[in-house]
Design a protein around this ligand. Sequence first.
Ligand code: GH3
Ligand code: MG
Ligand code: MG
Length: 317
Amino acid sequence: VANEATREAAGTTEPVRILIVDDDRAMRDYIAQAAEESGYQAVKAENWSEAVQRFRESRPDLVLLDVMMPGIDGYKMARMLKTEARERFVPIILLTALEDVESKRRGMAAGADDFLTKPVSPVELQIRLSSMLRIKALADALGQANARLAELAVTDPLTGLANRRALNEQIEREWSRARRYERPLGFLILDIDHFKVVNDSFGHAVGDQVLQRVSQVVRQTVRTTDMAARFGGEELVVLAPETGTEACRLMGERVREAVAASDNPGTPRVTVSIGVSSTEIEGLTRAAELVESGDQALYRAKHAGRNRVEVGRKPGS
Ligand code: GH3
Ligand code: MG
Ligand code: MG
């Protein structure tokens, strides 16, 4: 029951699949039957290449693997299946003929999770399967929770865009990559015009909706390879790999026009001012200067009357 509950929590409703790898047909069928009697789905393989193929296509939850197989060492096979599983935790139970310490030591070193000594009684098999699958279900739930937390750590909750932390990391990576391969990297920063007036006249909740709408427009207007992030407050940025200054300015114009044209019921239309910069601007030595250059251009766009795009300049000019 705990097993089922954990699987449900992890969002899994598919039957539990067990891959049985044994060159002995009678043994395969015997184990498969015991597994199926416990409600599991049995997938069988009689040799190495079949095992890999079944492993890939059926994505089993657990593998029962015979150590003694012609042509391949079961320990090596265990290690290869663990590699094949990558991030996924797929427990491997080794089936050994002898109750000897050395084969267990080797199996452990190869990444096996448990051992069963032949001949295996159905009850023993069922107990081991259910206990190992319980551990797997917990590991899966933990893995999903971690993935969710990792996602939250880089996402801005209001807009769904990348947050400042994610941007900071990405901008350093992209800056280095752009410099190393001598490729352009574009940067765009936008700020909603007179946003304070929106909040003051319509309330903060409507202000939030406008911010969400603008974020959505930005995300839909830029390429999927671009990173759209919330820089802070009502300032959004776009990091655009492989994009030079002029292309960035055009992207800025597209964003500006799309925002000005967008609306949704009960909320006012707004405009945005935009500053763009790129690594094509001479004299930039750090990622932070790319941001600074764009930010200064944004400042000029505000002063020149808002609802416009300005292009960044060389530092100190
Ligand atoms: P400007 O055209 O010069 O940018 O004028 P502005 O009113 O947009 O500029 P200012 O920086 O004075 O005000 C920004 C406002 O954005 C103030 C702040 O309360 C509001 N704001 C920042 N973050 C949020 C948010 O998450 N939700 C809402 N509703 N408002 C926010
Ligand atoms: Mg503003
Ligand atoms: Mg602002």
